[in-house]
Design a protein around this ligand. Structure first.
Ligand SMILES: [Zn+2]
Length: 234
């Protein structure tokens, strides 16, 4: 068996790790979390705006109902006064009509005051709802995008795992066991290359003595990196 089989297994494991890393750090998932945080904040603001609006709207409805009740009463009394042929009754009706007119003017003032408060509060709640709409749409888009990316990466990961198992099957028993043990310990891959005096698994420089040991290792010996324990390929 050649060191090429071990190298192929290392490459397969490294590729699998890159795919898994890609799946774990999808930018779309990061954006989705941001959009959801933003939406939750806006939803809180909307609930607060609606809570402020509710008593104002009730006060307006009450004032408005009172005004229309008084308007009807005024119209009824005005008709009765017009139809009245009795001087004393007419005088009494006219006095009462004045009172109703005063009460109506006061009720209409209250209605107008309430309206002045209700309008901006209604607009504020509507604006919050409008602003949340594109965010909600973006959220739906991102959920679909993340699901599609995850499922395509899962397929690639499964295919890569199969390729990895095939590469592992070509590595002989004891060496395979050493490789798998190093992989469990170090993660990513169980072997590494020495590039410019460094282990490219953990990127730590080898001491001159370890470098020497690596250079003069017997065929198939694969000394371990003293820092990460990965098998060092020739
Ligand atoms: Zn190392």
């Amino acid at each position: 068996m050649s060191s090429e089989d071990l190298r192929a297994l290392m490459e397969a494991d490294r590729w699998h790790e890159r795919l898994a890393g890609q799946r774990a750090t999808l930018l779309e998932r990061v954006e989705l979390a941001r959009v959801e945080g933003d939406l939750r904040e806006r939803l809180g603001a909307l609930r607060a705006a609606e809570a402020r609006l509710e008593p104002l709207a009730r006060a307006y409805d009450e004032a408005s109902a009172e005004s229309s009740r008084l308007r009807e009463r005024r119209d009824r009394m005005a008709s009765r006064l017009e139809a009245s042929r009795d001087a004393r009754e007419s005088a009494a009706l006219a006095g009462e009509l004045d009172q109703v007119r005063d009460a109506l003017a006061a009720a209409e003032d209250r209605e107008l005051e309430a309206l002045v408060e209700v309008e901006p509060a209604t607009e504020a709640a509507a604006a919050l709802r409008r602003e949340a709409q594109p965010l909600a749409a973006r959220r739906a888009e991102l959920i679909a995008e993340v699901a599609a990316l995850e499922s395509s990466l899962d397929e690639e990961l499964a295919a890569q795992h199969a390729r990895r198992e095939a590469a592992a099957a070509r590595v002989e028993g004891p060496l395979r066991a050493r490789y798998e043990a190093a992989l469990t310990r170090a993660g990513g891959a169980g072997a590494a290359q020495v590039l410019e005096g460094r282990c490219d698994g953990c990127r730590i420089a080898l001491s001159p003595l370890d470098l020497d040991r690596w250079r003069h290792a017997a065929d198939g010996a694969y000394p371990e990196c003293p820092s990460c324990g990965r098998l060092l390929l020739p």
